[in-house]
Unconditional design. Structure first.
Length: 654
């Protein structure tokens, strides 16, 4: 059950004396609000009660009480204790206001909008005043018309840009926004219906068309660029169906008609028109062209061959002079700047501004570097205006080149899945001076450049020439002391910066992780032995071989993690099993012990979702002292994994 804090308090007041009447004035005093506020909330209280087969009994001169069977009243009380309070933060209210105004064709009534976000009209007016920076950034204005309401004015292309950025920014939210039943939705405080922002199925459908057509481009886009472009096209389809058109200046049209992206955009528009039975007019094709040219690219070669390579060198030298820090001779910095600047200049030529949710933080935390880069850009590119969002992106490149990288640690276990995640958590918790930069299986080692890591820590013996340390993944005191000695003796001489790619496969990751999420199973069963149950599982023989190398049970806890990443696994297999009677299993120290709970994780070798699945190991570690709380609560597990998925998508995008 999800209800507002105020609604919950009203129901609790009524439940204290379930057969007695309470006046609205008494309820208002209990809550410390006005009687008018209580009146407004009663509609939502009635909706909640009706879902529990209860009703609100109103009597003139007496007040209110909850009417219904004792069993339903008891159930309501129980549900209320377990309910999730859904109150909106300032940011969430801002997004709902913007979303409502952008989508509305006609003026929106102040009272209607205030009710939508659960605030008074006076409070709404203050919220509206806080929207000015966002609207100004996208060249939009908000007008209040007496007797009619609020209306948002500005170019359709700017409204689309703002709406798309809202969607991308809020993929990581876990309270108002969530991926529910394969839809990216929000649920308002005062409206129980789910309102779709974007249908995930349509995103994937459009993305598949993009993959086919964009193969003709002379460069490869980042996966994040595919997602951004896809959302813009999904919104365009909706706008076209509503007969809402974009308007683009003739100068921009002339400059884009001769580009290779225009031809690709024409072909893409034809495919989209056929697939969705709509007409992409000429300006819509130009709109797609603008976003293609402004999309972030993967291929460094196309950027390095561009005409801005000398200007990039000049920018690096100018920032070096202003910051009194030598950035020259850093090929990683130059490569990153080239990859960013080529599409950035195209975006600014087309009037597209990329949203950067970190801008305010960057301007505050890196004020001197931000100002130095702004000044350097004015010198090197005098005819181009770089907005704060673009400057902030460049600060990340230069700031990354300035920072000293922590000592990097490669953590290895047999599968690279369960025990490596547990060990990584222990290392990060106890040794803040080092950073776990990679989790790997034994079979992964042949494809890794092992000399690039400061340390290699493993749960099993390895056939490698580089030095490594073997420890128990739970990191008992003896192993902790061993790592303390290893890290402290060579940290000063062995720290190496690790180049970490942020160019992740977002779409495949979403598809795989969501499929895993839907397939998680919870079981309570009776078995005579672990061997009996293992033989029923996929890749039983491989599991047996894996267990022979290292036991699955966690020493000192009634929990085991049978897990493997193997080519013979055809699809992800996740089970949380509670045994009615414990069975004997070998632990990681090779000793037999009793196990009552099994977290079974089997993954294909070619998977992008290993970090997502590893989060289950992290969740288990948080519940080792009371595993029943985890294994008997499927809602807790699913909600945590949904939140993890949204968070990891956001991290890949930003």
């Amino acid at each position: 059950m999800q209800i507002s804090h105020r609604e919950k308090k009203i129901i609790e007041s009524l439940l204290k004396s379930p057969r007695s009447f309470l006046s609205i004035h008494q309820i208002a005093q209990n809550l410390g609000v006005s009687s008018r506020t209580v009146h407004r909330e009663l509609k939502f209280v009635e909706e909640t009660l009706s879902r529990m087969n209860l009703s609100l009994d109103r009597r003139t001169g007496k007040g209110l009480r909850i009417a219904g069977d004792d069993i339903d009243l008891a159930l309501l009380s129980e549900q209320l204790d377990a309910s999730t309070v859904l109150d909106l933060s300032v940011e969430e209210r801002k997004v709902i206001i913007l979303y409502t105004l952008i989508r509305a064709k006609d003026p929106v009534k102040l009272y209607s909008l205030a009710s939508e976000i659960g605030v008074s009209i006076n409070k709404l007016s203050k919220e509206l005043d806080g929207l000015s920076p966002d609207l100004t950034r996208y060249h939009l204005t908000l007008q209040k018309k007496r007797g009619e309401g609020l209306q948002l004015f500005g170019e359709e292309v700017n409204k689309r840009q703002l709406l798309a950025d809202i969607m991308l920014d809020k993929l990581n939210s876990t309270s108002v926004y969530s991926v529910i039943e394969d839809h990216f939705v929000y649920q308002t405080l005062n409206d129980t219906s789910l309102k779709d922002l974007v249908d995930i199925d349509q995103i994937f459908s459009v993305e598949r068309l993009l993959m086919d057509e964009l193969a003709e481009l002379p460069y490869v886009l980042l996966e994040t660029a595919y997602l951004t472009l896809t959302i813009h096209i999904v919104l365009a389809i909706e706008r076209i169906r509503n007969n809402e058109k974009v308007s683009i200046s003739s100068d921009i049209i002339k400059s884009l008609e001769v580009t290779p992206e225009f031809q690709v955009a024409q072909n893409l528009a034809r495919s989209l028109s056929a697939a969705y039975d709509i007409d992409f007019d000429f300006e819509e094709v130009i709109f797609i062209t603008m976003h293609l040219r402004g999309a972030k690219r993967r291929a460094a070669e196309s950027a390095a061959e561009s005409d801005i390579s000398p200007a990039t060198d000049e920018l690096i030298n100018e920032v070096s002079r202003l910051m009194h820090h030598d950035f020259s001779g850093n090929p990683t910095l130059k490569e990153g700047l080239l990859l960013h600047l080529v599409p950035a200049l195209n975006r600014m030529t087309g009037g597209i501004e990329t949203y950067n949710p970190l801008t305010a933080m960057i301007m505050q935390d890196y004020e001197r570097l931000f100002k130095s880069i702004s000044t350097a850009l004015e010198t090197v590119f005098p005819d181009v205006y770089f907005p704060d969002n673009e400057v902030a992106f460049l600060v990340l490149h230069f700031g990354g080149a300035m920072k000293n990288t922590k000592a990097s640690v490669l953590v290895v276990c047999t599968s690279g899945l369960g025990t490596s995640r547990i060990l990584a958590n222990q290392i990060e918790q106890h040794f803040p001076a080092v950073q776990v930069t990679k989790l790997a299986s034994v079979s992964d080692l042949k494809s890794l450049h092992l000399d690039s890591y400061s340390y290699i820590v493993s749960t099993v013996g390895l056939d490698i020439s580089q030095p490594y340390t073997i420890v128990n993944p739970l990191l008992p005191e003896g192993d902790k002391a061993l790592l303390q000695q290893v890290f402290s003796t060579s940290v000063s001489s062995h720290v190496q910066s690790t180049k970490r790619s942020v160019y992740n496969d977002v779409i495949p990751f979403v598809i795989e992780s969501d499929a895993i999420l839907q397939g998680i199973e919870f079981k309570t069963i009776s078995i005579s032995s672990w061997d009996e149950y293992r033989k029923q599982l996929p890749v039983a023989d491989e599991l047996s071989k894996r267990e022979a190398v290292q036991g699955f049970a966690l020493s000192g806890y009634p929990v085991a993690l049978p897990h493997i990443v193997h080519a013979a696994v055809s699809h992800p297999f996740i089970e949380l099993v509670t045994l009615t009677s414990p069975v004997q299993m070998k632990n990681m120290d090779g000793i037999m012990q009793e196990v009552t709970y099994l977290l079974i994780m089997l993954l294909p070798e070619e998977t992008t979702a290993r970090p997502f699945v590893s989060e289950l190991s992290t969740l288990l570690m948080a519940h080792l002292e009371a595993p029943d709380e985890l294994f008997s609560n499927s809602e807790l597990v699913i909600q945590h994994m949904q939140d993890t998925l949204i968070k990891q998508i956001s991290q890949k995008i930003y």
